[in-house]
Design a protein around this ligand. Structure first.
Ligand code: 26Q
Length: 836
């Protein structure tokens, strides 16, 4: 049944929809807020929940966003401009309220007027659930990209999945991670606009069939499929005070009506409801693995569902505006694939163009291979996505036909380029042969794309020399680097209002849209008055962070101590383990009385482990146990405090990065593609202790050796140290490491839990430890000593802190997006029209 019949009158509803602009002054906003609170939400003076004032304010802002979102869309349509589509299985948006206020330019007058009504903005902001539709770096990067594209007024549309359950909530029980479902939509989502009129249909299963069309041409169709509906929900993405509001379109899966009917007519009511469930399962939950989990049917369904629904949506619009003439399609559209997750889009665009629009292979391939662009986010070979051919055959038979054909034509090209080199063909094939043949998604993405990029200079270089070397030799012109960034609107202007005020007082406001302006702070790094204010702001931010740690961990942090922070997903290559070995070393020094010129230190570690990643979960347990011993030892007191922060998420980082002194970026060199937390910390005046890995290298380049604590093997050295690696010999010759290992193997941190940390101990002492924890221990401890020493000289530290912020200009996603646009997308900025 279709509840969205077209109106009988097909005239555009011009007079109905042309409205005077909504007021942005605080009187109008407060009046709207009161009306929403009292009339729409029906609350009265006895309301004692933060949710309703939050919802009333959100609805007030939403009106302003919708107004601009429509204008922006109309401007894009009017200009018939080229557009980019950002396809991602993850958008880690966090909260929207503060961001909307900042970007719409809601002024302090409004905040004050609300306060006078008894509404504390900071308090009601807490009522908003994080939109946790992502795992970590890759998902948050997508969110920062959208913010910057809107600010640059680029016609970029995000396409993703509206998961019913986002990233799990993490609890810590007896030191162990416990996962709880994140039903983030339970209280409704004020920001989204459902658009059922643009529902798409996505096919699964069945088989492909050859047939002759009316002209006798041989064609293929996909039949006997089980279809699922894709319903779009639009989220507004406001640019910074520029009238542009872009769209993030998220798809929800729903069962088709026919499906119900079929089963119902067969008399099986319960089966029909169960089938409905199966369809709706597709968008039920985000996979909480930040490395690929292969072979899970539901995950592949999610990936295809996103690709198919999004491409149909784009083609629907194309046909509405250009009829069936696809000759200019590739001039007007491109698709950026956020990692291999949406790579089905390569084969799916081929399918839609051939099977639905009746283009021939060459026409369809010309379009596809000139519209797709692929971003890689990993250097770990084991994290490259592969899917069993049999799974494709069963779930997406028509996709498999097309992938085989793409591969056959591609391998012919390889054979032409390297005649007689069968080994090379085997290596480069999109299909990995073997007992259980696999589709190599990264290779499909490279073959189908006109651009392939890494996310930091080192990462892009290593892709070309290592993982994708054969492809680089074949198509060097496809490969490029786009160093990541973060948006300074959320990650400085919004989350650090103290710093925002000082920086604006000192160098004006331009840095909010031109981060390179921060360089001007360099001149003030020796101004005592400025340095004092800088220190006071950091101190206040540390107090806010300490309050959060006290509330969530029950650990008291002294704000005069060095705040040493590592927050990110828990992964062996990120080496939280190295961090905790250093903590144990400090503990041991205090116990031995080696405390001359001691720098008090508070160590904070936070992050989620994939639920099936046993070693990562053990690392969490170890951090918690070590924290317990140290925090409860009367001999340690304020010299050292350790806390594990549960449920690390976007809104927690908004409190953490402004209050951090020392940022831990300590991955094994050559393993972290870029990192983006490193940039958030730097912007907020934290100094980095880090390896030459990912974007750390570029951070060091910008800030200089004097303002960065560098340690550890380089990526090249890592590869050489591996053979003949003998961690036991290192332990035997390094007294400090020997003491640390002794405490661990004595069970000092697991007195009542024998054997708890055996796997961890074995991993450190194994000659096959890929992360080389023992190899970097000495230089890490030495660098930490230098950091502690630097911190004791508060004037010196403040200068370092200022210079870090001043040098962070490169790490704005505004810069990143300009580069994507200049080298890959080629979009013209569009200023929305003033009439609706
Ligand atoms: C794939 C298949 C099946 C299930 C899960 C996945 C999956 C999901 C998420 C694989 C990977 C991810 C996330 C990866 C990620 O966050 N990578 C990080 O991307 C950041 C942005 O470029 C970089 O800064 C980090 O270095 C990189 O680790």
């Amino acid at each position: 049944m279709n509840n969205f019949k077209p109106l009988r009158n097909s005239q555009p509803l011009v007079e109905l929809t042309e409205l005077p602009a909504l007021g942005m002054d605080s009187d109008t906003i407060v009046a709207d807020f009161r009306r929403y609170f009292s009339h729409t939400l029906g609350r009265d003076k006895r309301c004692n929940s933060t949710h309703y004032p939050y919802a009333a304010l959100a609805l007030t802002l939403r009106d302003r966003l919708m107004e601009r979102m429509k204008k922006t869309r109309h401007a894009y349509e009017e200009k018939d401009c080229r557009r980019a589509h950002y396809l991602s299985l993850e958008f880690l948006m966090g909260r929207a309220l503060g961001n909307a206020m900042l970007n719409l330019g809601i002024n302090d007058g409004t905040t004050k007027a609300l306060f006078d009504l008894g509404i504390d903005l900071e308090e009601i902001s807490e009522a908003e659930q994080d939109a946790g539709l992502g795992n970590g770096g890759l998902g948050r990067l997508a969110a920062c990209f959208l913010d910057s594209c809107a600010t640059l007024q680029l016609p970029v549309l995000g396409y993703g999945i509206r998961y019913e359950y986002g990233m799990f909530r993490q609890k810590i029980e007896n030191g162990h991670q416990v996962e709880e479902p994140d039903h983030w939509l339970r209280d409704g989502n004020v920001w989204e606009l459902e658009r059922p009129e643009f529902t798409q249909r996505v096919q699964f299963g069945g088989r492909s069939e050859l047939y002759n069309d009316a002209d006798g041409k041989l064609r293929v169709r996909w039949i006997d499929s089980h279809d699922v509906l894709a319903i779009p929900y639009d989220l507004p993405i406001p640019g910074y005070r520029n009238g542009t509001v872009n769209t993030l379109r998220l798809w929800k899966a729903a069962a088709t009506d026919e499906f119900d009917l079929e089963e119902f007519n067969a008399g099986s009511y319960t089966e029909s409801v169960a089938a409905k469930n199966a369809a709706e399962n597709i968008t039920m939950v985000l996979y909480p693995n930040d490395a690929s989990e292969n072979g899970k049917t539901l995950r592949l369904r999610q990936q295809y569902f996103l690709a198919a629904a999004s491409l149909q949506d784009v083609l629907r619009r194309w046909i509405r505006d250009h009829n069936k003439d696809f000759s200019r399609f590739a001039d007007k559209n491109c698709f950026q694939l956020n990692d291999t997750h949406p790579t089905c889009a390569v084969a799916e665009l081929m399918r839609q163009l051939m099977d639905e629009q009746f283009l021939n292979w060459d026409e369809a391939w010309q379009i596809t291979s000139h519209t797709m662009a692929y971003t890689n986010h990993t250097l770990l070979p084991e994290a490259l996505e592969k899917w069993p051919v049999r799974l494709f055959r069963q779930l997406l038979p028509r996709m498999l036909d097309i992938i085989f054909e793409i591969n056959a034509r591609f391998l012919a090209e390889v054979a032409q380029h390297w005649p007689g080199d069968g080994e090379r063909q085997r290596r480069m094939s999109i299909i990995e042969e073997g007992a259980d043949p696999q589709v190599r998604m990264a290779y499909l993405a490279i073959v189908g794309s006109y651009s392939v990029n890494g996310v930091a200079e080192l990462h892009s270089k290593l892709l070309q020399e290592g993982l994708f070397r054969d492809f680089y030799e074949l198509w060097p012109e496809k490969f490029n680097n786009k160093t990541n960034g973060v948006t300074q609107r959320r990650w400085m202007a919004w989350c650090n209002p103290g710093l925002r005020a000082l920086v604006c007082d000192t160098i004006g406001e331009r840095w909010v849209t031109d981060l390179a302006e921060l360089r001007k702070l360099t001149d003030h790094a020796n101004d005592d008055n400025f340095c004092d204010r800088w220190r006071q702001i950091k101190h206040a931010n540390k107090a806010r962070l300490a309050a959060m740690v006290e509330a969530d961990c029950g650990v008291a942090f002294n704000t005069d101590a060095l705040f040493d922070v590592q927050v990110k997903r828990i992964h062996e290559y990120k080496r939280q383990l190295l961090n905790i070995l250093h903590v144990i070393h400090l503990y041991n020094r205090i116990k031995r009385g080696d405390t001359e010129n001691w720098t008090p230190r508070c160590v904070l570690i936070g992050g989620k482990a994939a639920p099936g990643y046993a070693m990562a979960k053990q690392i969490i347990k170890l951090v918690n146990n070590v924290a317990n011993v140290i925090n409860n030892d009367p001999a340690i007191r304020d010299k050292l405090k350790v806390a594990f922060l549960p449920n690390y998420r976007v809104s927690a980082m908004e409190v953490i990065c402004p209050g951090t002194d020392l940022s831990e970026q300590i991955s094994t060199a050559g393993k972290e593609a870029s990192g983006t937390g490193n940039m958030k910390f730097m912007m907020n005046g934290a100094v980095t202790i880090g390896t030459l890995d990912g974007a750390n290298i570029e951070i060091l380049e910008e800030v200089g050796h004097d303002n960065f604590f560098l340690f550890g093997l380089t990526a090249t050295e890592v590869e050489h140290v591996r053979d003949g690696y003998d961690p036991q010999a290192i332990i035997d010759t390094d007294e400090d490491l020997r003491r640390v290992m002794h405490l661990l193997s004595q069970g000092h941190f697991n007195q009542c839990e024998p054997g708890q940390f055996t796997d961890i101990i074995n991993s450190i002492t194994s000659p096959h430890d890929p992360w080389l924890v023992a190899a970097d221990f000495r230089s890490f401890v030495d660098a930490q000593r230098l950091a502690a020493e630097a911190y004791r000289d508060q004037e010196r530290w403040t200068r370092m802190s200022i210079l870090n912020t001043a040098s962070s200009g490169k790490f704005s996603t505004d810069r990143t997006m300009r580069e994507y646009n200049a080298d890959i997308w080629g979009l013209d900025p569009i200023v929305p029209l003033s009439s609706s």
